[in-house]
Design a protein around this ligand. Structure first.
Ligand SMILES: Nc1nc2c(ncn2[C@@H]2O[C@H](COP(=O)(O)OP(=O)(O)OP(=O)(O)O)[C@@H](O)[C@H]2O)c(=O)[nH]1
Ligand SMILES: [Mg+2]
Length: 383
């Protein structure tokens, strides 16, 4: 049976924690077809939270409590996830708040998504069936919605509808155990959640959004504030830029390829080659230099070194370069026919072909088939 550990940070949540433990262990866990465990990570609460949990754990053998090592919500999760993976041998981990904002009845559909093959299940407020609290004022709704939209935009992720949710289930093998938890950004803040999500999404081969009816906190005090919010946006921007670094390098390499092509042509012409052969050799020289620079720089984390792989991937690289040779003339001549054969039209059509067709095509082919940094994503929305 799959072992699913709920990692639940709690800091002065005595009013919530007893009923949370009861509801999960008595009402929800028996309905779920998995070995369910609850791990509470306390931040040295002074309101009686640890005593209440210890008492409950005498009755329920699948309830544990540990104290976090360093301060900050991120560190509470790191401490809890390490313990869940190493000591409790979890197959999957569910992040969940102690204050009933993630209502216990939503644990079951999350675990079912996992049992159905999802490696990463995201409790989503912004898909059909999900919602934010009715009591929320318009301003709070707007902050949550636009904040989320902002993060989706800077991370260029429009497939997932809720990137700021705290209710997420992650498979350990291949997803969570591939992440260096101690090195996540902003572990002292709530913002670390964006980094954890960003890396989990990269590792997960199947991500599913599960509707979540997010509730209001009713008891105990909130630990969230605007400083946490600003830190979250800042981190999203940093991750967004980091993600585009490869694309920027790819662009620089593409430009050097153009220079090699152009200067090579002039050089070979001067050596006395015919225009046909000079262009052919110069083009191939650009393809070779692009392959080398992309290999050692743009994709250096995926560098191809063995002779056999270099030959195979370079052959594919050459083949994919043919695409531009075929498509570019079609676009330019097509535009000339449609809009008139003037130098302005030809230039505009060439730029259009480069930006909207050739560059995206090459970038996708390199990432998917040559250096294989991307896996074909599979995202399903569960209704
Ligand atoms: N162990 C630990 N738990 C924390 C820490 N900060 C927050 N928590 C817990 O993390 C969960 C989320 O914190 P909340 O204060 O509810 O934050 P929020 O849900 O964004 O804000 P509200 O909507 O106002 O509740 C709750 O279960 C808190 O008790 C921390 O530093 N350490
Ligand atoms: Mg809360």
């Amino acid at each position: 049976m799959e072992k699913v550990v709920i990692v639940m940070p709690a800091w002065n949540e005595v009013e919530n924690i007893k009923s949370m433990i009861e509801e999960l262990t008595e009402k929800e866990f028996p309905k779920i077809n998995a070995d369910m465990q609850l791990l509470i990570v306390d931040n040295h609460s002074t309101d009686g939270t640890p005593e209440a949990v210890e008492k409950a754990s005498e009755k329920h053998k699948n309830v544990y409590i540990i104290q976090q090592e360093k301060s900050g919500l991120g560190w509470a999760y790191v401490t809890g996830m390490r313990y869940a993976m190493e000591t409790l041998k979890a197959d999957a981990i569910l992040e969940m708040d102690a204050d009933f904002q993630h209502p216990p009845r939503f644990v079951k559909p999350m675990v079912e998504a996992y049992l159905g093959g999802a490696e990463y299940a995201i409790g989503s407020r912004y898909i059909k069936g999900g919602s934010v609290p009715k009591e929320w004022a318009a301003s709070r709704r707007a902050i949550s919605f636009f904040g989320n939209l902002f993060i989706r935009t800077v991370l260029l992720n429009f497939k997932i509808h809720d990137l700021t949710t705290g209710f997420r289930l992650t498979k350990v093998n291949g997803v969570l155990d591939k992440i260096d938890l101690e090195k996540l950004h902003d572990l002292n803040r709530f913002a670390y959640k964006v980094d954890l999500l960003y890396q989990s999404l990269k590792n997960s081969k199947k991500t599913v959004e599960v509707p979540l009816e997010f509730a209001s906190r009713t008891k105990d005090k909130s630990k969230f504030n605007w400083k946490e919010m600003v830190a979250t946006f800042k981190l999203a921007i940093i991750l967004g830029i980091k993600d585009k670094q490869r694309f920027i390098k790819f662009g620089v390499v593409g430009f050097t390829g153009f220079l090699v092509n152009y200067l090579g042509l002039e050089f070979l012409k001067r050596l006395g080659l015919t225009t046909y052969w000079a262009t052919l050799f110069a083009t191939e020289a650009a393809i070779v230099s692009n392959f080398i620079f992309n290999n050692v720089w743009t994709f250096k984390d995926k560098i191809i070194t063995s002779l056999k792989d270099v030959v195979v991937q370079f052959a594919k690289f050459n083949l994919s370069s043919l695409f531009a040779v075929i498509v570019q003339p079609l676009i330019v001549s097509g535009a000339a026919k449609l809009l008139g054969d003037t130098s302005v039209v030809r230039f505009a059509a060439l730029i259009f072909a480069l930006i909207f067709v050739i560059v995206p095509y090459n970038y996708i082919v390199y990432n998917l088939f040559i250096w294989k940094t991307w896996k074909l994503p599979k995202v399903f929305v569960r209704n």
